[in-house]
Ligand binder design. Sequence first.
Ligand SMILES: Nc1ncnc2c1ncn2[C@@H]1O[C@H](COP(=O)(O)OP(=O)(O)OP(=O)(O)O)[C@@H](O)[C@H]1O
Ligand SMILES: [Mg+2]
Length: 320
Amino acid sequence: MGSMMKEAEHVIEVEKLTKRYGDLLAVNDISFNVRKGEVFALLGPNGAGKTTTVEIIDTIRTPTSGKVSLLGMDVTKKKHDIVPRIGVLPQGFSSFDRITVRETLQYYSRLFRLRDTDVDGLIELVTLKDKTQEIYKNLSGGLQQRLGIAIALVNDPEVVFLDEPTTGLDPRARREVWDVLLGLKKKGTTVFLTTHYMEEAELLADTVAIISKGKIIAMGSPGELIESNANYLVLTLQFVDEQAFEIVRKMGFEPVQDNRKNIKVRVEHTDDVQKILNAIKDAGTSLHSLDVRKPNLEEVFLKLTGEALREGPAGGRGAE
Ligand SMILES: Nc1ncnc2c1ncn2[C@@H]1O[C@H](COP(=O)(O)OP(=O)(O)OP(=O)(O)O)[C@@H](O)[C@H]1O
Ligand SMILES: [Mg+2]
């Protein structure tokens, strides 16, 4: 535990972290490390314990038990040394309504007692150049979040914590925030991200930790997680007639029919795809189109927990 080698390469070390709120076990004995320069995503549904975890690491909350070190320092003992070296975008961030973009960044720079903040550079990084004289209140949700990210970067931090940076944004605004985050990734900034969007984790993260009910239930690169937890292909048959469902079921597969007359089948090999197509063709059944793909992180999550990542009617697909 905590050898010298580890200290050198791990910016964050979390060991057996637990947090209780009264009787509620919000974070339950979790351990993981974050390497310097990586984007690490904590992916999980509402109430999983993401904010609790991130805010213990960035010194806002205190753990019930366990050991957390950030930049080689104990987060419960070295707050004053840690805070100047990190940046934080809290969940549901908001700024001063009637202060302009430029003034806001200047304000935060002064708050940190910084002399050499490159306000223009930050504005450029989050692509708010056209909006420098705009007051916060008049910015769209996506622009407000981009200003939030710029605030988190005002002290040129070594580690940035972003708690659900794109929640509530429309797909286009989300994409624009992703572009900013991809820019940070390219620069080699260590980013600790929480999200309940699997596309976000898949696109941005080097390492994803899936958290559910206070426990980390799987961790690895997006590719590794899919490879080791969902070793199958998803075959979707579109606009097939009723018969096809029965044909596929009788072959021993477990097809699922969705509301648009699509059939989804998990298969092990591409051979199975061929067999299914042949059987459908032999039965003289019509088929509009088909799609074969690898499972995504959302399916991995569903398989591991039996619960959906996102709440509400939006569902997991079709947000594009
Ligand atoms: N300060 C607190 N006092 C009491 N309970 C809390 C507190 N903060 C969080 N909780 C509870 O702890 C659990 C984990 O909450 P947390 O906010 O860490 O989850 P989350 O993964 O960030 O959820 P979300 O996606 O909704 O932001 C929840 O059941 C929540 O209600
Ligand atoms: Mg949260």
